[in-house]
Design a protein around this ligand. Structure first.
Ligand SMILES: Cc1ncc(COP(=O)(O)OP(=O)(O)O)c(N)n1
Ligand SMILES: Cc1ncsc1CCOP(=O)(O)O
Ligand SMILES: [Mg+2]
Length: 208
């Protein structure tokens, strides 16, 4: 479907591991009402049937707000439900394999950790956006590789695709990343764990 935004920009929400699909949809709707620009369905503990149920429930919700839904890790799931894209890291499907299966207009995000060279390669190979981080300690992914904030401005000077920052981003540190020029900030805990999710989404979105 046609999206209102052609690019990845602003607040990029990453779902937490929640089993209750109704609750997940409620929380996601609050982020959408708060101005999220992109949603990633990421659930590292769900089994395949639950991932199918949850991602299928989120897709019409995202479509209602004209926000792209990106699936983390699972290429076949992204194809099966007709999601707007897929996000992959070093242990996931390769870009050639993804390009064989996903329609050309679908979004492909690639994790680049602290490696600018990996991002340059990913852009050449057809990534729609690249992600760097973790920039701060992350409760969602405690063992994530760390990256320096200066990497963002360096990346922006050599890449054409949107640059996403991730990892432990909250309302106290997000501005330091936006000031370096990142196109989007990917947030899970500080968004879905907020007392008022919609308000938190608005606060993050206003930084752009
Ligand atoms: C926007 C965004 N950036 C980075 C990641 C991390 O991807 P990956 O390294 O594959 O780790 P998991 O998320 O699969 O644990 C991401 N999901 N999204
Ligand atoms: C998936 C991922 N990759 C690096 S940090 C991270 C988790 C982001 O979640 P949070 O915003 O809660 O740190
Ligand atoms: Mg992954």
């Amino acid at each position: 479907m046609a999206m209102s935004r052609s690019e990845i920009s602003g607040l990029y929400a990453i779902t937490p591991d929640i089993t209750d699909t109704g609750r997940l949809c409620q929380m996601v709707e609050q982020t959408l009402a708060g101005g999220v620009g992109c949603l990633q369905y990421r659930n590292k503990s769900a089994d395949a049937p639950l991932r199918l149920v949850q991602s299928s429930a989120l897709l019409p919700l995202c479509q209602r707000y004209q926000v792209p839904l990106i699936i983390n890790d699972y290429l076949e799931l992204a194809c099966q439900i007709g999601a707007d894209g897929l996000h992959v890291g070093q242990d996931d499907s390769t870009l050639p394999a993804i390009k064989d299966r996903l329609a050309p207009h679908k979004l492909i995000g690639v994790s680049c950790y602290s490696q600018l060279a990996r991002a340059v390669e990913a852009e050449k190979a057809g990534a729609s956006y690249v992600a760097f981080g973790a920039f701060f300690p992350s409760a969602t992914k405690p063992n994530a590789v760390r990256a320096a904030v200066s990497l963002i401005s360096e990346a922006k000077s050599v890449l054409s695709v949107p640059v996403v920052a991730i990892g432990g981003i909250d309302l106290n540190n997000a501005a330091s990343l936006v000031a370096r020029g990142c196109d989007a900030i990917a947030v899970s805990q500080a968004l879905f764990g907020a007392e008022d999710i919609e308000f938190a989404a608005k606060c993050f979105s206003r930084l752009f």
